[in-house]
Write a protein that binds this ligand. Sequence first.
Ligand code: SF4
Length: 387
Amino acid sequence: MATKKPTELRNDAYLSDTLIERLDLWYKEFSPVTPTENKILSVIRGDQGYSVDSLAVLLSPEAAPFLEEMAVVAKSKREKFFGNAIKIFAPMYISNFCSNGCLYCAFKADNRIVRKQLNREELLAESQSLASTGIRQVLVLTGEAKRLTTFEYLRDSIKEMDTVFSSVAMEVWPLKKEQYEELVEVGLDGLTLYQETYNREIYAVQHPYGDKSDYLWRIEGPDRACAAGIRSMQIGALIGLDDYRCELGAMAIHLDYLCKKYPDVEMSISLPRLRPIVNSDLQVDHPISDRLYAQILLAFRILFPHVGITLSTREDERMRNGLIPLGVTKVSASVSTAVGEHTDKASDEQFDIADERSVDEMCSWLEANGFQPVLHDWHSKLTRSVG
Ligand code: SF4
């Protein structure tokens, strides 16, 4: 019997046909705008919130000279919606086996790197080691090798980590709705699922083989997770694969769609820039300068004031220190992108990190600059029955 492709498993009763139509229209009709100074200032100072047009104005090169004006408004919105709290989390890689071929990732199947998957004892030791740094919110990551890193392995790992951490989120391959429900039941409360690029043609080039080449299955993952009862959802695009204005316009359409459809889910975004990877001289087709990166972050803070923004260690200490006051709500610390790094490094990294500060160092910097570092603001057991 032929195996069904993931897309053939779609349940049209709750999935995102309207989103797909809106994105297709966006790519068909996209053209860069050239706003006037008056128009830019009215979007910055106005309070009309997100629209496709307002985002296009703030992302335009014509808005670049108004970074200071944008920063003032972004800072006040950050303070209004999030106060001085900055959440701190750490990623924990539990397997880097992968059967996909994403061109931008060191874990791709045809890259000759050291591979590792934590067994149960290693997982517990790694979790306890990470928790000893003060981390209570963890993001568990794997590659996509479903015959080795099975759903059951993932479920049991989350269950184990739930005994150590107060919040367990994950960044893994897209699952079925019933699988998300099962994971929520054992302690999962957050999901990160980046589309990487919303441009279907570039997506096909960047994901030449493996299950991840199924664009629709991936883009509908957040829908399935939100419908399954996930508490917090984070989406994002890997900036640098496509023209940034086109890419981020599409990402904003996705974000706006999710915010309106699932108002009870805590929504956040991340804006990862491409980083160097092991065994590859990765080419960035659409490089983003530091100044432009700041403009992008400010635009999203102004137009989506209630949405969390996570800033990862793909950005260096200088950039993170500069951007946190202007719009960031969550940062990572004590980061490694290798499997088992917190106990005994056993694999290669997914990408080079640019800010190596520990949890203590990150907390000290935040406190010295008037912020409240938040390691623990949630316990997943509060909203479910635990046996
Ligand atoms: S991005 Fe994820 S799916 Fe793609 S190669 Fe890397 S680990 Fe595998």
